[in-house]
Design a binder for this molecule. Structure first.
Ligand SMILES: Nc1ncnc2c1ncn2[C@@H]1O[C@H](COP(=O)(O)OP(=O)(O)OP(=O)(O)O)[C@@H](O)[C@H]1O
Length: 636
């Protein structure tokens, strides 16, 4: 692409020219000029080209596909027939689909015939709220072209309700997550013939082309005409290029909008002034801090108080849903003045929606505590700080997570925490992938072991007040170690290198859990703490009563087993039982492995190879399924 300075970036200069109402809508949104990706994509996608678009996060890709989709459907000679679909936009998460839908609605407010239909639908939905004195909606002659969108998400709405809304409103643009879109398209009442269907858009295309969505996506494609226009959009689409054939793109135009930046060497700006391509926005400062795990929360505490202006909205990424479920109870005690809002894929639909809205609408300084479920596409312009406590297991996700800040030219900061040693290799790993990160110097954050110890004590005092938090801590810790062991960059993130005691202190654990990863651990699992776990009580009275009853019953049973006249055998603590179970599991595992090794030794070379191949395939699927868990509930 030619440098944007030589291009007339006025919306009115685009060819083919945009409709007057679109220009009005964009002007009302306050966008005086096109962004480079809009400048390059809109003319191509409005023509008859398939496009594969890669542009940095927050660069305006949503309008780059919505404007062409809408313009083309409104330039047809006749309106899309009843119950026929003209365009489909697929997104990997519900939140993103909802966001695309609302951008489309704000555009269509400026197109009178479409706005009239949308208003009628809204009034039907809120019939109790309908204003009897409101003027009747304007009417348009039959045959007037209009856009009627439908949002398909799953969650509380059943597929039957989706179909009923489709039959009633006859939408011509569908926006949704793959599963729910497929359910609707499977109905014989929904038609996508060659004569009506115009365009398919895959937003976050590389994510949609991943194994987890493959089946649904192929079934959707099977229901669409081959002669159509297709657009693939993402900030990291290039990895998906070899899969384009699967989505039926023929000779697509590739549009890549990258950013030029000063080269870096070992995480420091290169002195020679060399310029290189970057896959992240220029307005986003990508920094790292190398500190032991137990210094991370003290560092975040200092960062939140020393950044000027004070971050109003920040996102803190953790590796798993269970980690979020634990830290949501801890962080409010640590970060004064911040409302902590948890969001993850295992929350019930209603809670997730409520929490997301709470974060977006909050007028107070807020911290969204989340997983990769909120890594892609979400546009919350006031987010100015992204913190990654654990780098994501998929390196592609890294740029999407960071890209929640520094959007549309606004200043943003993304800080990634790495521990000293092998994890520092991640800096070079990212540089090779055109995602350079540099040390955080402004503000300069230093933490001492006194800070770290004070933080650990504070977390422990919170945990000791409620046994439920102890349970959550153990579960969250185990899940985060499992996630760490599944890192794609497995030579950098090795469980073998973890500093267990320091990590346990970082979490404020009361002891290290029994887990196979700690089989060879020779340190002190009690972390130097003398805790009577039998006395550690649940805050919830009913739960505590039940625990005590179980504990007493167990003690009674142990009493019964006591040898006559012998010494009373000490009953294992309730909390020790899980550890005993884990040890048994490890033993069972060992036996199974031995038996398996004996069986394999009797196989022929060919049989062994076949088995290995099969095992490889199963492992690949297993990994993907584990990854999908994070998206559970978000993507159907
Ligand atoms: N021409 C423009 N001028 C200024 N701001 C714009 C323009 N077009 C879009 N924006 C704003 O830029 C922000 C980011 O846009 P959008 O969400 O489409 O980015 P994206 O490229 O899809 O990002 P991601 O890769 O993270 O999904 C939005 O708040 C949007 O309103």
């Amino acid at each position: 692409m030619a440098p944007s300075s030589k291009i007339d970036r006025q919306w009115s200069a685009l060819t083919p020219p945009l409709s007057e109402w679109i220009l009005d809508a964009i002007s009302a949104m306050g966008f005086t000029k096109t962004t480079p990706v809009q400048q390059a994509t809109i003319p191509m996608f409005m023509g008859n080209k398939d496009v594969v678009v890669e542009a940095v996060t927050g660069s305006g890709k949503t309008l780059a596909f919505l404007i062409p989709v809408v313009e083309r459907l409104l330039r047809l000679e006749t309106p899309t027939k009843k119950h026929h679909v003209g365009a489909i936009i697929i997104s990997p998460t519900r939140e993103l689909a909802t966001q695309i839908h609302s951008v489309l609605i704000s555009l269509l407010k400026f197109h009178a015939p479409s706005a009239a239909v949308i208003n009628t639908v809204d009034q039907d939905e809120d019939s109790d709220m309908a204003d009897a004195d409101a003027p009747p909606p304007p009417t348009f002659p039959p045959g007037t072209l209009k856009i009627v969108p439908q949002l398909l998400l799953g969650g509380n709405v059943t597929p039957a309700q989706d179909l009923s809304a489709f039959l009633k409103q006859s939408p011509n643009v569908l926006i949704g997550t793959p599963g729910r879109l497929l359910s609707l398209l499977a109905s014989p009442h929904v038609h996508c013939p060659q004569s009506s269907f115009d365009a398919l858009v895959l937003d976050e295309a590389d994510r949609l082309l991943d194994l987890g969505f493959k089946e649904d996506l192929q079934k959707i494609l099977g229901r669409l005409p081959k002669q159509r226009r297709t657009g693939l959009f993402s900030a990291s689409v290039s990895e998906a290029v070899d899969q384009l054939i699967r989505v039926g793109l023929r000779y697509p135009v590739r549009i890549a909008v990258k950013v030029k930046a000063r080269a870096t060497e070992n995480g420091k700006p290169d002195e020679s002034g060399k310029i290189e391509d970057k896959r992240t926005p220029a307005s986003l400062q990508m920094a790292y801090l190398i500190v032991p795990a137990s210094h991370r929360l003290p560092a975040i505490q200092k960062l939140l108080t020393s950044l000027q202006p004070r971050p109003q909205k920040a996102i803190l990424y953790l590796a798993t849903c269970y980690s979020v479920d634990y830290f949501q109870h801890i962080l409010p005690h640590l970060f004064d003045g911040y409302t902590v809002v948890p969001l993850h894929g295992k929350q019930p639909d209603k809670v997730r929606r409520k929490n997301f809205t709470k974060f977006v609408d909050s007028m107070m300084p807020s911290l969204l505590l989340t997983t990769d479920v909120a890594a892609r596409g979400l546009d919350i312009p006031t987010v100015d700080l992204v913190l990654q406590l654990d780098p994501p297991s998929d390196p592609k996700t890294f740029i999407h997570r960071c890209g929640r800040a520094g959007r549309a030219g606004r200043k943003g900061l993304a800080v990634t925490f790495l521990t000293p040693g092998r994890e520092e290799d991640y800096i070079e790993f990212l540089r090779v992938r055109q995602t350079p990160i540099t040390p955080l110097t402004t503000p300069s954050i230093t933490t001492t072991s006194i800070d770290a110890d004070a933080m650990t004590s504070k977390i422990r005092s919170v945990v000791r007040a409620d046994r439920a938090l102890y349970d959550k801590a153990q579960r969250g810790f185990v899940s985060s170690i499992r996630a760490y062991s599944k890192h794609t960059a497995s030579s950098i993130f090795r469980v073998l290198d973890l500093q267990w005691e320091d990590l346990a202190n970082a979490w404020g654990l009361l002891r290290l859990p029994a887990m196979p990863e700690l089989k060879k651990f020779t340190g002190d699992r009690s972390l130097g703490l003398a805790i009577d776990f039998d006395a550690l009580a649940y805050k919830d009275k009913t739960r505590e009563k039940q625990r005590l009853a179980e504990l007493n019953a167990e003690k009674g049973a142990e009493e019964g087993e006591k040898p006559r006249g012998g010494k009373k055998r000490e009953a294992p603590a309730w909390s020790q039982k899980t550890e005993q179970r884990a040890t048994k599991e490890v033993r069972r595992d060992k036996k199974q492995k031995k038996r398996e090794a004996e069986r394999v030794s009797k196989l022929s070379e060919e049989e062994r190879k076949k088995e290995e191949e099969l095992r490889g395939m199963i492992e690949k699927v297993r990994r993907k399924v584990a990854e999908e868990e994070e998206f559970e509930g978000f993507s159907d």
